[in-house]
Write a protein that binds this ligand. Structure first.
Ligand code: SAM
Ligand code: SF4
Length: 330
C-alpha cells in the first residue's frame, strides 16, 4: 500500500474514498430526489464490477487510499456488491457501506463474511407515517429489520444518519435519539445540504445544528465528547454524561472543509474532489481507452490538486452542482 499522494494545494491529503455504485434507489427521500422522474445514468456509462475494483485498487496501491465507503443511490441494489466488497476488503483497507437498509436483512451476513467492516443506515423517523411521507414509500419495517440484521452480523458500531426537515420530523429528534440509544445504534443528525435533484433547498428552510441542539436539549443534557474529531465530519456529544453519544454533522453552518480527507468516485467513473465540486475528472474514459494504472493515477492526482478550500455554500456566487447527491454518492 502506498502513502497519501492525493494532496491538494492546501495540504489536505485524501485517504477516504467514497464509491458510488449506482445512482438508482428504491426510496425517494424528498431532500434527495423528486417524487417521480429523474434520469438514470445510461447503463453503458456505469462502471462494471471489474472497473470499480481496478480503480479502487489504483487508489489503494498507488495513491494511499485507506478507507473505502460504498454508497449511491442505493448500493444494495447493485448486484455485484458482495463481490466488490470482498475484492476491496482483500486489499487490506477498511470498508463500509452507507445504505437505506432495504434488503439489508437478507445480505448483512454475506456482506460481513465478505469483509465489510461497518454500515451507516439512513433513517429520519421511526414513525411509519413520517417515514412514508419523507421517503414516499411505506418501508419502515424493512429498514428496522435491516438495522437489526446489521447489528447481529457484527457490522457495528451501526450508525444511523438522520436528516431533519422543518414541520415534518424536526420535533422527533429526542424520540429518535432515545430509540437509537435503546437499540445500541450511534445516531448522527446531518444538516440538509443543497444537493437535492429538485434544487429546492433553501438556507432558511433547513434545520440548523443550533436548532437540532435546542430540540435535543429539551430532553437530554449534551456535553462535548473528549475524543478529538480529526477529519470526522460529526461533532460528538455525550448524552446525559455518557457513555451514549450523539453526533451532529453541520456541513452547512459549521463546515469542516479544512479537515476534509475525502474523494469521490461516481458510478460512471468520474472523480469528484468535493461533494460540491463543479468539475469532474473522467477516469472511465481513460480506463476504457487502455490507460495504464500509472496514467490513471496521474489523472487522479491532478484532479485532487485542484480541490477548492471550501464548499462556499454561504458565498453569494455559490452554485449547486448539476449532479444531485444520489448521483454523486453521499
Ligand atoms: N441510499 C443510501 C442512503 O440513503 O444511505 C446512500 C446514498 S444517500 C445519498 C447518503 C446519505 O446522504 C444519506 O444519509 C442521506 O440522508 C444523505 N442525504 C441525501 N440528500 C441529502 C441532502 N440534500 N442533504 C444532506 N444529506 C443528504
Ligand atoms: Fe435513496 Fe439515499 Fe437518496 Fe433516500 S437519501 S432517496 S435512500 S439515495
Amino acid at each position: 500500500m502506498s502513502t497519501g499522494k492525493l494532496r491538494d494545494r492546501y495540504g489536505r491529503v485524501a485517504t477516504d474514498l467514497r464509491v458510488s455504485l449506482t445512482d438508482r434507489c428504491n426510496l425517494r427521500c424528498s431532500y434527495c430526489m423528486p417524487a417521480e422522474g429523474l434520469d438514470w445514468l445510461p447503463d453503458d456509462t456505469v462502471l462494471s464490477d471489474d472497473e470499480v475494483v481496478r480503480l479502487v485498487h489504483i487508489g489503494v496501491e498507488l495513491l494511499g487510499i485507506r478507507e473505502v465507503r460504498f454508497t449511491g443511490g442505493e448500493p444494495l441494489v447493485r448486484r455485484g456488491l458482495v463481490d466488490i466488497v470482498r475484492r476491496t476488503s482483500a486489499l487490506g483497507v477498511e470498508t463500509s457501506l452507507t445504505t437505506n437498509a432495504l434488503g439489508l436483512a437478507r445480505t448483512a451476513h454475506a456482506l460481513a463474511e465478505a469483509g465489510l467492516d461497518r454500515v451507516n443506515v439512513s433513517l429520519d423517523s421511526i414513525r411509519r407515517e413520517s417515514f412514508k411521507e419523507i421517503t414516499r414509500r411505506d418501508r419502515l419495517a424493512d429498514v428496522l429489520a435491516g438495522l437489526a440484521a446489521a447489528q447481529e452480523a457484527g457490522l457495528g458500531p451501526v450508525k444511523v444518519n438522520a436528516v431533519l426537515m422543518r414541520g415534518i420530523n424536526d420535533d422527533q429528534a429526542p424520540e429518535l435519539l432515545r430509540w437509537a440509544i435503546g437499540e445500541g445504534y450511534e445516531l448522527r443528525f446531518i444538516e440538509q445540504m443543497p444537493l437535492d435533484a429538485q434544487h429546492r433547498w433553501s438556507r432558511d428552510g433547513m434545520v440548523t445544528a443550533d436548532e437540532i441542539f435546542a430540540h435535543l436539549e429539551r430532553e437530554f443534557t449534551l456535553s462535548p465528547a473528549a475524543e478529538p474529531r480529526g477529519s470526522a465530519p460529526a461533532e460528538l456529544f455525550l448524552v446525559d454524561g455518557g457513555p451514549a453519544t450523539v453526533g451532529v454533522i453541520a456541513s452547512v453552518t459549521r463546515p469542516f472543509c479544512g479537515d476534509c480527507d475525502r474523494v469521490r468516485l461516481t458510478a460512471d467513473g468520474q472523480i469528484r474532489n468535493c461533494l460540491f465540486a463543479r468539475e469532474e475528472s473522467d477516469l472511465r474514459a481513460a480506463l476504457r481507452a487502455g490507460a495504464t494504472d500509472e496514467e490513471i493515477a496521474e489523472r487522479w492526482v491532478t484532479a485532487m490538486a485542484g480541490k477548492r478550500a471550501g464548499h462556499g455554500i454561504d458565498d453569494p456566487t455559490f452554485l449547486q452542482p448539476d449532479r444531485p447527491m444520489s448521483a454523486i454518492g453521499g
